[in-house]
Design a protein. Structure first.
Length: 254
């Protein structure tokens, strides 16, 4: 059984309206999508990610994103992190869900009305065509699949982001920024396909949808430029990009 229950005392992050794709990044907007595929992946660090492919049924364009929902061995295999800048009444650091956990939770709530951990208890082992880093191509592989999510409609707020491309430093194994740029998408919020209520609005019992229009007013057509006024060396520390563990499916299923 896969345990993705959130730790007691974790303070959920509030939705903010703020200010890997098929051929081209989508413009910042809210899209009527279908969850084409959703499965669990495990990195070599033992971190667990939820890989989701969203599909626009009108254009057949797809967007793939991985939500990292549980940290690896080095960080204690947690679904949360400690906010060292904020303390609770007892003086302890406040716990927040991992950003990926929050996104995956919101997706499940908006699309099927369940929290992430409940949905994870119903995953089924399936064979999917998944990219193999060793063979450099898609090959059949077994993964725990969120069968309840697949094929479900959901409204997805996506932002277009301009960032520096990354290249692996062979001596350190870390992917570092280069001078080249690219445009990608990141999902921001999820909304009920019929009511347009956000996951948080549904949890609060709201009957009128407001957050989707607020997000559109602030973000529609905008590009978040992470390269603006920066050089590759000036950007935050590079992220270690890991290939999935070869025994990912068996490890996740225990």
């Amino acid at each position: 059984m896969i345990d993705l229950a959130q730790d007691a005392g974790v303070v959920a992050d509030k939705e903010s309206v703020g200010g890997g794709n098929k051929f081209a990044a989508w413009d910042s907007n809210v899209y009527n999508c279908i969850v084409d595929t959703a499965y669990l992946e495990q990195a070599q660090s033992k971190a667990i990610g939820m890989v989701v492919i969203f599909k626009d049924p009108d254009t057949d364009k797809t967007m793939k994103e991985t939500f990292w929902i549980k940290s690896g061995d080095a960080k204690g295999n947690k679904t949360y992190y400690l906010d060292k800048k904020k303390k609770d009444d007892a003086g302890n650091p406040i716990k927040h869900p991992l950003p990926g956990y929050t996104s995956a939770e919101r997706l499940c709530m908006a699309a099927i009305g369940e929290n992430l951990n409940d949905a994870a208890q119903k995953v089924e082992k399936k064979t999917l065509n998944i990219f193999d880093w060793g063979q450099r191509k898609d090959v059949p592989q077994e993964r725990p699949v969120f069968t309840e999510l697949m094929g479900k409609p959901v409204k997805v707020a996506m932002s277009k982001i301009k960032e520096f491309k990354r290249k692996k430093n062979e001596s350190t194994g870390v992917y570092e920024d280069t001078a080249e740029t690219r445009e990608i998408n990141e999902t921001r919020l999820f909304f009920d396909p019929k009511s347009s209520l956000s996951a948080e609005e549904k949890a609060e019992g709201a009957t009128e949808a407001a957050r989707m229009q607020e997000w559109l007013d602030n973000n529609e057509g905008e590009v978040i430029d992470k390269t603006d006024g920066a050089k590759p060396a000036d950007t935050p520390a590079a992220t270690v990009v890991e290939a999935p563990a070869q025994d990912s499916a068996s490890s996740l299923f225990g």
